[in-house]
Each structure stands twice: as structure tokens, then as C-alpha cells.
Design a protein around this ligand. Structure first.
Ligand code: TYM
Length: 331
């Protein structure tokens, strides 16, 4: 079996619809045909300030959401990054083959460090993409399902893999990003030219999976559209409407062209209320399942402990090879 790997940060109380449509829905599908490794990168989370109690809670609620969305620990290895120390260990080696300029060109670092202010941006934030490369390369996956905003990090990962392979000996698989056109970037409902993100200035354009569905329905009904009347997919000139079409299409598994035909002659109000209904239908059972997983912390801990153990077997083998190839003494 080929291998797939991906991660999602535990930095909020709920994943948002962009996370699900851009990435998590593919995690669930790919686990049937691939040997899947999915994890919660809490080391990445602390590249910006986190409250320790909140971080612990969010890590658990993240695991509960992944299980509720259908990540099946019988098919996939589900784990928390900090419980697999090899991630931090490989990062150091990769830091030492990453150019300073190369790391400086990472646009997410540039955006985040501007937001944080130059002196508050940490070295951890700077080396974040190298940690991400380590996450991936340890498991030698062929495929990494992510949204568009991770494309540049995947490119760096591929470069580091190739560099290590040529400088030492072929050790890493050079992974492909699995970025699905159409859902790779879900946009903010109030600002449909920016990606949906938990760090947007206002949360009125953000659909959090665990929010009260009534609140989300209201946000959808007040989504920004345009002054025309036609329901047509055209992201260039009709960003808001196109975003709603992508959301409705994915949630109901209906092609966008079919939706365009169905909505001929109908108004934006119809599109919005059907999208709101589809979201409510999706999140209502999901919220209940998350509650269920959260109510059995013992079981949650066991799943994660078993996942970390399986992850360490694979990660440990790769790291041992890497350490040997760079010339460290055997442990
Ligand atoms: P994170 O936690 O920000 O996001 C998790 C996944 O959701 C995708 N995503 C979106 N997709 C479509 N539209 C959006 N508006 C949207 N917002 C987020 C992201 O692209 C991502 O796939 N650095 C990663 C976490 C990570 C990782 C890894 C991923 C750490 N190590 C190794 C893959 C492999 C991140 O911060 O994702």
C-alpha cells in the first residue's frame, strides 16, 4: 500500500469548513486505499503563544473531531505530534540543510510575522516549515492531502528531501501534494477574496463546525454576494456566489453545473438557505459524535497512545537511518 500523511493544528475550539472541505474530507476518503498517518501538530501550535490549559483541551477536541469526521483508528494511525519525539529530532537535521534565505521566502512566515510584529515573531515560527518537512519525511508518504495554503511548504519539503538524498544517500520519498482544485481554498463569507481562516479579523465569515448551527446558518444568509442576480460559478467576478456554490456542491455531492441548472431563475436567497440547510444537516450529527468522543477521555487517550506507538515504529526507523547517514554514533 502507498502511504498518505497529513496534519491539522489544534489551535481553536473547532475546525472550520475550509479545513474540512479543503483537507479533512480527503483524509477520510484516502484512508481506505492508503496506509494513512494523521496527526495533530501541537509543536506547530506553540510557534504562536498558546494557553497551556487551552492547548491541551484543543488537542483533545481536535482528536475527537477527527474521529467524528470518520478518521478510523483501525485504518489510520492517529496521533499527537509531541508524543512522537522523532519529529523534533529530524527537524534539527533538516534545519542544518535549509538555507536561511530559503526559509525567509516562506510566505506564511512573512504574513504571520507581520501580524505578530517583527520582535514577537519567534525562531520557532521561522523554522515552522522545516518542522513540517520533518513531519512528512519521517513517514515516507507518497501523498500529502492539504489545502492550497500549504503548497509552498510542500515544495520546500520536496526540495529538502531531494537535497538530503543527493548529499547523503537516498533516504526520503519525495512526496506529492494532494491539492484538489475546487475545494483547495474555501473563502471567508464576508470577504470572499480571502481564505476562510480562524485568524481573520472578524469571525462573521467563518463557519466553525462545532458552532451552534443556527449561528452558522445566519452567517450563510448574510454572506457577501454581488449586485447581479445570476447564480453562476465565476470566481473572478462572482467570488461570493462561487464560494457558496462550492460549499453546497461539496456538502451535497452535486456537481456545480447541476446546481447552476437547478438555480436558473432562482435568487441568491434560495442558494443561501439551501446552503445553510446542507450545513445544518452536516454539522448536527457531527456535533453529537464529538460530544460522545469527548465524554470518554480514557478511550481518547488510548487511541492516541496506540497511534503514537505505531507512529514511533515508523518514524524511529527513518530517524535511525538519517542519524547514521549524517555520521552520528549509534544510540
Ligand atoms: P492548518 O491546521 O492551518 O489547516 C489544516 C488543513 O486545512 C487546510 N485549510 C483550508 N483548505 C481550504 N480552504 C481553507 N480556507 C483552508 N484553511 C485551511 C490547510 O491547507 C490544511 O491542509 N502546517 C499545517 C499543519 C501541518 C501539516 C504537517 C500538514 C503540520 N505538519 C504535515 C500536512 C503535513 C497547517 O497549519 O494546517
Amino acid at each position: 500500500k502507498q502511504r498518505v500523511l497529513s496534519g491539522i493544528q489544534p489551535t481553536s475550539d473547532s475546525f472550520h469548513l475550509g479545513n474540512y472541505l479543503g483537507a479533512l474530507q480527503y483524509w477520510v476518503r484516502l484512508q481506505d486505499d492508503f496506509d494513512a498517518f494523521y496527526f495533530i501538530p501541537d509543536l506547530h501550535a506553540i510557534t504562536v503563544p498558546q494557553d497551556p490549559k487551552e492547548l491541551r483541551k484543543r488537542t483533545k477536541v481536535s482528536a475527537a473531531q477527527l474521529l467524528a469526521l470518520g478518521v478510523d483508528p483501525k485504518k489510520s494511525t492517529l496521533f499527537v505530534q509531541s508524543q512522537v519525539p522523532e519529529h523534533a529530532e529530524l527537524t534539527w537535521v533538516l534545519n542544518c540543510i535549509t538555507g536561511f534565505g530559503e526559509a525567509s521566502r516562506m510566505t506564511q512566515f512573512k504574513d504571520k510575522s507581520v501580524k505578530q510584529g517583527a520582535d514577537n515573531a519567534t525562531v520557532g515560527l521561522f523554522t515552522y516549515p522545516v518542522l513540517m518537512a520533518a513531519d512528512i519525511l519521517l513517514y515516507r508518504p507518497q501523498l500529502v492531502p492539504v489545502g492550497e495554503d500549504q503548497r509552498q511548504h510542500l515544495e520546500l519539503t520536496r526540495n529538502l528531501a531531494q537535497r538530503f538524498n543527493t548529499r547523503y544517500k537516498k533516504t526520503f520519498v519525495v512526496p506529492e501534494a494532494h491539492i484538489v482544485t475546487g475545494t483547495a481554498k474555501i473563502y471567508d463569507l464576508q470577504d470572499p477574496t480571502s481564505k476562510m481562516s480562524k485568524s481573520a479579523a472578524s469571525d462573521s465569515g467563518l463557519l466553525s463546525l462545532l458552532d451552534d448551527p443556527k449561528v452558522s446558518a445566519k452567517k450563510i444568509r448574510s454572506a457577501v454576494t454581488d449586485t447581479e442576480r445570476e447564480i453562476r460559478y465565476d470566481p473572478e467576478t462572482k467570488a461570493g456566489v462561487s464560494n457558496l456554490l462550492v460549499i453546497l456542491s461539496s456538502l451535497t455531492d452535486t456537481p456545480i453545473v447541476t446546481l447552476e441548472q437547478d438555480y436558473a431563475g432562482k435568487g441568491y436567497g434560495d442558494l443561501k438557505s439551501d446552503t445553510a440547510d446542507a450545513l445544518i444537516e452536516f454539522v448536527t450529527p457531527l456535533r453529537a459524535k464529538v460530544q460522545e468522543y469527548m465524554s470518554d477521555q480514557g478511550e481518547l487517550d488510548r487511541v492516541l497512545a496506540a497511534g503514537a506507538e505505531r507512529a514511533r515504529e515508523v518514524a524511529g526507523r527513518t530517524l535511525a537511518q538519517v542519524y547514521d547517514r549524517v555520521g552520528f554514533l549509534a544510540r
